[in-house]
Write a protein that binds this ligand. Structure first.
Ligand SMILES: *[C@@H]1O[C@H](CO)[C@@H](O)[C@H](O)[C@H]1NC(C)=O
Ligand SMILES: *[C@@H]1O[C@H](CO)[C@@H](O)[C@H](O)[C@H]1NC(C)=O
Ligand SMILES: *[C@@H]1O[C@H](CO)[C@@H](O)[C@H](O)[C@H]1NC(C)=O
Ligand SMILES: *[C@@H]1O[C@H](CO)[C@@H](O)[C@H](O)[C@H]1NC(C)=O
Length: 360
């Protein structure tokens, strides 16, 4: 991991761009366009089985000026990758179209044909804004920014995958369509819209991550995890998001088999959720099972719902709040005075008595 990072950092300093404008109308334009400090991307189709890969000088400005679509082929991907730049990348509202329906079979990356994933790898710092993604084959963004990055005003629309198709045996056709898979530090994701069938965001590792002002629907809500062995997630802010028609609004999931990991300083405030099918809030150390035998190898502490109220409304028979801690794995006092959950039934709180300011 560390040597990979080193190679990446070195590769980002190999050239200085000239003051010119490079235009991309096809993949064959890329190598000359990236020599310029302005790179404009026009409408084109990326040939099937190839990555549209931009490795840019740090001072380059990138503008999308047309929609980019990708040829159909079962392969590993990614479809688009962008590296090194530190100046703004402006989507100007244009779309990367993954042609999801070609791949969707209800099985995502758990089965069926190989689907290009992630669809988009982000390896830049600065700002990535106003980009739309339509119909990703599976997971959308994988984010590993080398320095501080703001991703803002993005749209991911996989809502077509909520319906079944001729390949999905009656299941929703889209599956494992995570919006943002994040293992990084110093990242803000704001004011974005995610319509999908899996996690809106999954934070697997890292620190100093803010997820704010986003709207998530159709999927599994805002997740920390799943947490595997030897990882730390700390100093995460999840604020002012709206989660609708999802399995749950907020979840922390840690692998039952994980060891030597910790999750701490996680602050939730001002979030709203409704149409929550299974849980309002779920903290579960038995992943991939749900409310089953928990592991004890991930320490959870300082999980707070303080400040601005987080209001969740669950439907029918859903649990308002369920917490399943391994013995001794959840520690300290968790201030939940800013959590209000209505509807459904009270869920279980297993093996932890440190929650304050909240009862259900
Ligand atoms: C690729 O698949 C999409 C979705 O099924 C379809 O709309 C599009 O026409 C296909 N493209 C080609 C070139 O076959
Ligand atoms: C425990 O995890 C940390 C990363 O959080 C890692 O640096 C350390 O090597 C791990 N310890 C063992 C014994 O694997
Ligand atoms: C629960 O919410 C989901 C999503 O809004 C909805 O599809 C479902 O019909 C609801 N179920 C009940 C029992 O209210
Ligand atoms: C912890 O919770 C589980 C339920 O997930 C329960 O079976 C187990 O007995 C509990 N252990 C302790 C030590 O309380």
């Amino acid at each position: 991991m560390q040597s990979q990072l080193l190679i990446l950092v070195l590769a980002c300093f190999v050239f200085a761009a000239e003051a010119c404008t490079g235009s991309i109308y096809s993949l064959s334009d890329v190598s000359s366009a990236v020599q310029c400090t302005t790179v404009n991307i026009y409408k084109f189709t990326v040939p099937a089985g190839q990555t549209f890969s931009l490795t840019l000088a740090t001072e380059t400005t990138v503008n999308m000026l047309g929609d980019v679509t990708f040829g159909n082929q079962s392969w590993a991907g990614p479809l688009f990758q962008i590296r090194c730049v530190r100046h703004p990348v402006n989507g100007n509202g244009y779309t990367f179209n993954g042609n999801g329906p070609y791949y969707w079979d209800g099985l995502g990356t758990n089965g069926g044909i190989t689907k290009p994933h992630p669809m988009i790898k982000i390896l830049i710092s600065g700002t990535f804004q106003n980009v739309k993604v339509l119909n990703s084959p599976a997971q959308v963004y994988s984010v590993s920014n080398p320095a501080s990055l703001v991703m803002t005003s993005l749209t991911i629309d996989n809502s077509l995958g909520d319906s079944s198709n001729s390949q999905s045996n009656g299941l929703p056709a889209g599956h494992n369509t995570d919006g943002f898979d994040v293992s990084t530090t110093n990242l803000v994701i704001s004011n974005s819209v995610v319509k999908n069938q899996d996690d809106c965001i999954a934070i697997n590792r890292g620190s100093n991550i803010v997820f704010t002002g986003n709207t998530c629907s159709g999927g599994h809500g805002i997740s920390i995890g799943s947490i595997t062995s030897n990882v730390v997630v700390n100093d995460i802010t999840v604020s002012d998001n709206t989660i609708t028609n999802s399995d749950q609004a907020i979840r922390i999931k840690t692998d039952s088999t994980a060891t030597n990991s910790s999750v701490y300083n996680i602050a939730y405030s001002g979030n709203k959720g409704s149409g929550l099918r299974r849980f309002g809030l779920l903290i579960d150390q038995s992943y991939p099972n749900t409310l089953s035998t928990p592991g004890t190898g991930v320490k959870l502490s300082a999980i707070s719902f303080a400040g601005q109220t987080t209001s969740l409304s669950v439907n029918g028979s859903a649990d308002r709040v369920a917490v399943n801690c391994g013995s001794g794995a959840c520690t300290g006092t968790w201030d939940w005075s800013g959590l209000k959950v209505t509807g459904g039934v009270a869920g279980p709180i297993y093996n932890f008595s440190g929650i304050s300011g909240f009862s259900q």
